[in-house]
Design a binder for this molecule. Structure first.
Ligand SMILES: [Zn+2]
Length: 243
């Protein structure tokens, strides 16, 4: 039995899958791994500035420049095979919760319903002065015109994205689901960003890692590690499960 056979068996046997996804699932969609070393630096953008709240308040331009590029990239791509595969697992009743560290919104676009975006998202944005809520479509228009979005009151608008040093979203709910899971999938994450990286520890079930490269997790607690590109893995799993 190879690792795919084992994972296929785990999926068949499980009734409560929880998945945690990271940047590696979206790179095939062209989204740079901005918390990683490469991607964003090659764009001349320094992540410490882009996602630093104090820096943002002084000069929001680098953040919105990054966002503009991300929106443009997304318009030319869309969900990957792996995004669609995870949506399929939910559709057939196997996957109960998807936790993502990504802020690109691709899981929802792929059709996943029960998603916790632990680092927030662009879907909701708020005026930092009066608190007025803005829909992404309104903010997007301003960003694409290369202008920093400001509220009608003159206040700066900030998307509900988690910056460095800010608290994550939905961790307790994610933790509770992890505790109930009989199969925990880590997809496209090297488990280096806390507290998301702690979630697999709470699962009493099997732990499967789908990530190209090593992960920061005790080897003895990993049942299977498929050390390959997410898209390749998704293609193989779809072939096996959708037959
Ligand atoms: Zn306002």
């Amino acid at each position: 039995m190879n690792e795919y056979d084992v994972l296929e068996r785990y999926i068949h046997e499980s009734n409560y899958i929880v998945a945690l996804t990271g940047a590696g699932i979206s790179t095939a969609a062209g989204i740079p791994d901005f918390r990683g070393e490469k991607g964003i630096y090659t764009l001349g953008i320094v992540p410490e500035r882009v996602f630093d709240i104090d820096y943002f308040l002084r000069d929001p331009r680098p953040f919105y420049e990054f966002t503009r590029r991300m929106i443009e990239t997304l318009e030319g791509s869309g969900p990957t095979r792996m995004h669609r595969f995870l949506a399929y697992l939910e559709e057939i009743g196997k996957l109960k919760l998807l936790v993502t560290q990504n802020i690109d919104g691709l899981h929802t676009l792929a059709g996943s319903k029960n998603v916790i975006e632990i680092h927030g998202s662009y879907r909701r944005s708020f005026c930092l002065n009066c608190g007025k809520e803005y829909d992404f479509s309104e903010v997007k228009e301003m960003i694409l015109k290369n202008t920093v979005p400001y509220c009608s009151c003159g206040g700066l608008i900030k998307p509900d994205v988690v910056f460095f040093g800010e608290g994550v979203k939905g961790f307790e709910e994610a933790r509770q689901h992890a505790c109930l899971s009989d199969l925990f999938l880590v997809v496209g994450s090297s488990l280096q960003v806390q507290p998301a990286s702690l979630l697999p520890y709470f699962s009493p079930g099997k732990l499967v890692i789908i990530n190209k490269g090593p992960v920061a997790f005790p080897r003895s607690r990993i049942d299977v590690h498929i050390d390959e590109d997410c898209e390749k893995v998704a293609e193989e799993l779809m072939r096996r499960l959708k037959k």
